[in-house]
Design a protein around this ligand. Structure first.
Ligand SMILES: [Ca+2]
Ligand SMILES: [Ca+2]
Ligand SMILES: [Ca+2]
Length: 175
């Protein structure tokens, strides 16, 4: 069983990804999310961004749609998350793909504004990140490196520590 804490962590991300709010993640949600990201981020290469974002759907579906109805529920996501503690390598692989998408200017670092674009995309509304970003920037140099991001991403999906900075990589938890 996923812990109550893991459930709380995932539920916020799930709601953000469920763009049409019908309680199921489908390919349409991922297309809408890609659209939103392009609108927020103003990517220099929107097609690349869209393909990374929509590329998540087949991965998620393969991992978490055992009944094959082309929709992924919260319970199905939580079922996958339960197994991720033993799959840290697989999770950090997805971190690298995500990093590529967030690093809009391709300089190999996530800046404050690139991180802000991610969170705003995720929440669908402008969101303050002034308190969260410094916690994620472990060495305090003003950027998130690939290693820093991988650490946080892996903690979010595969960890279970309320005090770890990675718990807040998508922003504050839902109440
Ligand atoms: Ca949906
Ligand atoms: Ca960058
Ligand atoms: Ca840093």
């Amino acid at each position: 069983m996923a812990s109550e804490f893991q459930r709380r962590k995932v539920i916020g991300v799930f709601r953000a990804m469920d763009v049409d709010g019908d309680g199921r993640l489908t390919e349409a949600d991922f297309k809408a999310l890609a659209h939103r990201w392009m609108a927020v981020a103003g990517s220099v290469d929107p097609e690349r961004l869209a393909s990374i974002m929509t590329g998540w759907w087949p991965v998620l579906q393969a991992a978490s749609d055992p009944d094959g109805d082309n929709a992924v529920t919260l319970d199905e996501v939580l079922h996958v998350v339960e197994g991720l503690g033993d799959m840290a390598d697989a999770v950090s692989g997805t971190a690298d793909a995500m990093f590529e998408a967030i690093d809009l200017n391709g300089d190999g670092l996530i800046s404050r504004s690139e991180y802000g674009a991610l969170i705003e995309t995720w929440n669908g509304t402008p969101t303050a990140t002034a308190e969260i970003f410094p916690r994620l920037d472990l060495d305090g140099d003003g950027h998130l490196t690939r290693d820093e991001f991988r650490t946080h991403w892996t903690e979010f999906w595969a960890g279970d520590d309320p005090d770890a900075p990675g718990t807040y990589v998508f922003g504050a938890l839902v109440e």
